[in-house]
Ligand binder design. Structure first.
Ligand SMILES: CCCCCCCC/C=C\CCCCCCCC(=O)SCCNC(=O)CCNC(=O)[C@H](O)C(C)(C)COP(=O)(O)OP(=O)(O)OC[C@H]1O[C@@H](n2cnc3c(N)ncnc32)[C@H](O)[C@@H]1OP(=O)(O)O
Length: 144
């Protein structure tokens, strides 16, 4: 779950499950990168922009044990043309706890055609016949 914050920012929590293990009892780095990517990606909705991750640079600062709640905080740092720069931290032991992971990202704005042209037809058809998805995609296509 993500909540809008001050400026263009969001906070979110992610609980590390046993299925997310890499080393015994510890979160896999790829899963932590995914949690960062998802949180950073939700910022683009606040800009009402459809964008995909172009670059995600991740620092793994502390090991994150299974059952830990990762407190994520992400914000947009700059927008230049189609490029959206953002940064995120994941803290453990509480929202003010030590930083365990952080990431800097570059998202690139795309047209809805990016998904229609490249996605697997079955899933695209399913998305296009879902009125909620269509409404959401159209909302981005007209000038909001
Ligand atoms: C009717 C309903 C139907 C369907 C509904 C669907 C609705 C969907 C809605 C919402 C979905 C939201 C989904 C969020 C998902 C969460 C996040 C992810 O996990 S995304 C998955 C992982 N990422 C990818 O798969 C990207 C794969 N890459 C690409 O497709 C291309 O490389 C892309 C689009 C990123 C860029 O390609 P170009 O040809 O469009 O653009 P160029 O001209 O190359 O780049 C533009 C600028 O960006 C810089 N740039 C591009 N990639 C860069 C990079 N990796 N590092 C640094 N700069 C980069 C370039 O240098 C250029 O900069 P200069 O304008 O010249 O200053």
């Amino acid at each position: 779950m993500a909540r809008a914050g001050e400026g263009v920012s969001v906070t979110a929590e992610f609980t590390v499950q046993p299925a997310h293990q890499g080393a015994p009892g510890l979160a896999h780095g790829g899963v932590l990168a995914t949690a960062l990517d998802e949180t950073l990606g939700s910022l683009n909705w606040l800009l009402r922009t459809i964008a995909v991750t172009g670059r995600l640079e991740t620092d793994f600062v502390r090991p994150v044990p299974v059952d830990t709640v990762l407190h994520l905080d992400a914000r947009i740092t700059a927008v230049h043309g189609r490029k959206i720069y953002s940064t995120a931290t994941g803290r453990i032991g509480g929202p003010e706890g030590p930083v365990a992971v952080r990431a800097d990202a570059l998202f690139i704005e795309v047209k809805v055609d990016h998904f229609i042209d490249n996605g697997r037809p079955a899933e695209i058809r399913a998305a296009m016949s879902d009125p909620d998805q269509v409404r959401r995609a159209r909302a981005f296509e007209v000038n909001p």
